[in-house]
Design a protein around this ligand. Sequence first.
Ligand code: ADP
Length: 458
Amino acid sequence: MTTHHPRPTLVLVYQRTSLPWVFESAERAGIDLVLVPRPDETVSQDGLPPAVVDVLRLDVEADPAGALDALRRRYEEHPFQGVVTLYDPAVPFVAEAAERLGLPGIGRDVALGAQDKRVMRERLAAADLNVPGFVRLDHPGDWEKAARLAFPVVVKPAHGFSSLGVTKAESPGDLKDVVDEVWRTCSGKLGRVDGLVVEEYLDGPEFAVESLAHGGDVRILTIGYKGDPQGPHFEEGVYRAPASLPADVEEDIRREVTAAHRALGITDGPTHTELRLRGGVTPYLLEMGARIGGSGVSQYIASGVTGIDFAAQALRIAAGAAAEPLASGPPPEPVGAAANYIVPCGGSGRISAIHGLAELRDDPRVDHVVQMLFPGDVVRPYPDFTGYPAFVLSRHADIAEAEEFHRFLERSVRIEFADDETDDSQGSDRAGGTDGTDATDGAVRTARTDGTDHGEPQ
Ligand code: ADP
């Protein structure tokens, strides 16, 4: 930090302080944060991370116009250099706010296009990228339009996140019921459904890609393995990076993801991309979020694998303070492996005990145990999204050790329910979310809000 320049200030929208990584990066980058807490969150001044210099209360979801006005007033009184969020539903708001204030950002249209799965698919297809056959449905009654696709298909809300409602339909005979169910679930949970996407099921393992864009250059930092979920509902499970991939497949992923930034117009800032390798070889995007993924889990993973402070760079870009051009080319040589394990609910009912978690806080491989559900909490059966019980974030010498550690966690961490409703199908339905990183958004929505950081490691 130089002394003759004031420190840049960013407004950070809807980040929970119990997920610390982005706050730590801001501190390292010499960036001050004005935190906009979630409306349901109580924050006490003395419990705030050091990078937070002020708290600003806005309700960007219920009153976006009021929130934009309040941001403008704040900007006029105390100028800031940028606005950011890691919370997927707030990405368009942040892009619009930055655009209106003349601050760095991707702009509202690009943010909305990336977030709307219909527009995203259309923009990728227009750029000749890999897109499964898909149909947009404006009403549940239109389901027959999707019967011509190659089955199985996946039905999902146009504006979903955390895998909410995302459901596989095996055959045209199942389609009507699945479409009705997804529409119903999403109307209840998201408050609004303005359409669904039905698209062909992409068979093959799933990967997450963490990238940084700056001035139109794209740098891929890590490619991580996200499991091979088969449905019918898609829950978040594991995230292990760097994935071991044949060089040509890695190169195809890099090319596809770089081109997708161009197709979607994402020229600046961090992205979190999820894709599947169709037939085990060809990368097809599932989504690209114009934000750091997993409420900051992506920072943990990307920095653990590369040694690069991904979030610090992302925040500098958001503040218009990134000087260094991004190197393109293959991902940087890994310095280690990093992983996130999402503890499965394994059932539903009132939690009586969580076994095997407390011990992990002393495990040298484990940096963080972020716990979000506790004994006494009730896990509702799918499709109600209760949240994820816990994340276990760990570092390892290589990916094989990370896999071995996750096998150990599968055996040792278990949730016990008082009413013993445990059954395997509920277990696989879990909390109803998928995208492990986006799942964090769901998880933190339900994190304790009484001001104590139950989930904080050590
Ligand atoms: P969300 O934004 O709600 O997370 P996604 O489109 O990312 O929704 O879907 C969530 C998960 O569902 C994905 O991570 C993936 O596992 C699964 N999924 C979604 N679409 C497909 C598809 N076409 N083929 C296979 N799996 C899919």
